[in-house]
Design a protein around this ligand. Structure first.
Ligand code: NAD
Length: 458
């Protein structure tokens, strides 16, 4: 794709947006309904693409990608009327006679850039918010999951007006062409490094951005935690999608007194969830490509493998693996792991751990396992991170009433449920003044104004 082509797509979208069609909530509802219908009718092709790209089973594809989208669309359809309605706010006494409200207006022409790890869900979920808020959408899927990218392009082309919702496929060069254009909003999901490029490019046009990035999200297991349950929930959160989940626990910090118990329980749960030979398992999710496979493999020389460690180079699968004797100097602790390797480290004092966490980059998620409410509150109050759970992993992102997003290095802005609509809407403040009377002291020069100002100044 050349510069001209990118500019042409945006021109067409802008022309469409300026017709005002998307301002009508009925139009938005129609589009959301078409989106749901599209996903339903392409369901088999979607399963096939996700199997091809990441070896996802139909069960995993439904529970981690498609199912969420159906729920998200239904939620938006149900609440859209409320979301678009004028939000009345109070007016102070000094503004007597006037009324104030906030009107939510679409930004206009939006760009959504998606990563490969949940290639369908992370492409369509932001689009639901963009459509609900009345924007047009240009979607750039990840080139690393080519089958899903192709099916996204095909189904969106056959369902939507190309000037309203378009998929542009391609690699880095295509992203760069797109980023040079003037957008009204950019929603990016991906790595922190590329997030910085997106923000830099957006700044040239003062385009607002949402950046959904990654980071090293800890799971902290305290000595009073229900260890077996903690182990089960960590294993599930870590190894779903073979660890290629932005909010997966990256590593475990366990209280030294319960370490052995936790390790034993985690091994047991890995076996019961993935069987004795996960890399041979027909439905075990694979690593997205050889480059990531090699990157992860290299980490296995860090510390000591106490569970797993088996790989299948042909299938690009890596067994759920637990690594012990890890410290912060190891290569595995220098970047987000994004794979089925779980380093375990110990702590002896939660206060010391909190001080350590406060010095680190803010992660996308944090999970704390422990029964003591004061300790829970202390950690939540003192450590900054995007979002997380007490006594669970991942579950927070499936609650549409919670905003989902990062902070600091893990991103900015948030979405899901109404927050998706808000993210893609400008909040326009309107004051409607009365013409029935006119308060004199607001104008300079009058005797009354002088008296009021004098009183206020004393
Ligand atoms: P990535 O940053 O490499 O790619 C994301 C998108 O950016 C792709 O569409 C890609 O084509 C494009 N891109 C890549 N390099 C570019 C460049 N130099 N200039 C312009 N565009 C470029 O990310 P990824 O590898 O696809 O995804 C993994 C990362 O995404 C992890 O860090 C993960 O934590 C993060 N992630 C975050 C969330 C979230 O919701 N916060 C969700 C999933 C993944």
């Amino acid at each position: 794709m050349g510069k001209l082509e990118a500019a042409e797509i945006i021109d067409q979208h802008r022309t469409f947006f300026l017709t005002g069609k998307t301002l009508d909530p009925a139009f938005r509802k129609e589009q959301l309904t078409s989106l749901k219908g599209m996903l339903k009718s392409y369901q088999q092709e979607i399963y096939h693409a996700l199997k091809n790209d990441l070896n996802k089973s139909e069960y995993e594809a439904f529970t981690t990608e498609l199912g969420y989208l159906y729920t998200d669309i239904d939620f938006a359809l149900k609440h859209l009327k409320d979301w678009v309605s004028l939000e009345k706010v109070e007016t102070p006494l000094t503004h007597k006679g006037s009324k104030s409200y906030i009107q939510k207006e679409p930004y206009g022409v939006t760009l959504i850039m998606a990563p490969w790890n949940y290639p369908l869900h992370l492409a369509i979920a932001p689009a639901i918010g963009a459509i609900a808020a009345g924007n047009t959408v240009v979607l750039k899927p990840s080139e690393l999951t080519q089958s899903t990218s192709t099916i996204l392009a095909d189904m969106i082309r056959s369902t939507f007006d190309a000037s309203y919702f378009t998929v542009v496929e391609g690699a880095k060069d295509v992203s760069q062409q797109l980023l040079e254009q003037r957008w009204d909003y950019i929603f990016f999901t991906g790595s922190t490094n590329v997030g910085k490029i997106v923000m830099e490019q957006a700044s040239k046009h003062l385009t607002p951005v949402t950046l959904e990035l990654g980071g090293k999200s800890p799971a902290i297991v305290d000595q009073d935690a229900k260890i077996d349950l903690a182990a089960k929930r960590i294993v599930w959160g870590k190894f779903t999608n073979a660890g290629q989940t932005c909010v997966a626990p990256d590593y475990v910090y366990v209280h030294e007194k319960v370490k052995l118990k936790l390790l034993r329980a985690m091994k047991k749960h890995i076996k019961s969830l993935y069987g004795k030979k996960p890399v041979q398992n027909y439905d075990y999710v694979r690593i997205v490509n050889k480059q990531h496979f090699d990157r992860l493999n290299a980490f296995m020389t860090d510390g000591e493998i106490i569970h797993g460690g088996e790989i299948n180079e042909e299938k690009l699968t890596i067994e759920p693996t637990i690594l012990d004797k890890i410290n912060w100097d190891d290569a595995i602790m220098q970047e987000e792991i994004f794979g089925p390797l779980l380093p375990v480290m110990t702590f002896s004092s939660l206060d010391d751990l909190i001080s350590e966490m406060k010095e680190m980059e803010k992660p996308l998620a944090l999970y704390y396992f422990g029964e003591n409410e004061l300790k829970q509150q202390k950690l939540m109050l003192n450590v900054s991170f995007g979002g997380g759970c007490i006594n669970d992993t991942l579950y927070h992102l499936a609650n549409p009433h919670l905003p989902f997003g990062g902070v600091g290095n893990s991103g900015m802005g948030a979405y899901h449920g109404k927050y998706s609509f808000d993210t893609f809407s400008h909040r326009k403040s309107i004051l409607k003044q009365t013409t029935k009377f006119d308060i004199p002291f607001r104008y300079p020069g009058g005797r009354l104004a002088r008296a009021v100002i004098k009183r206020l100044m004393n």
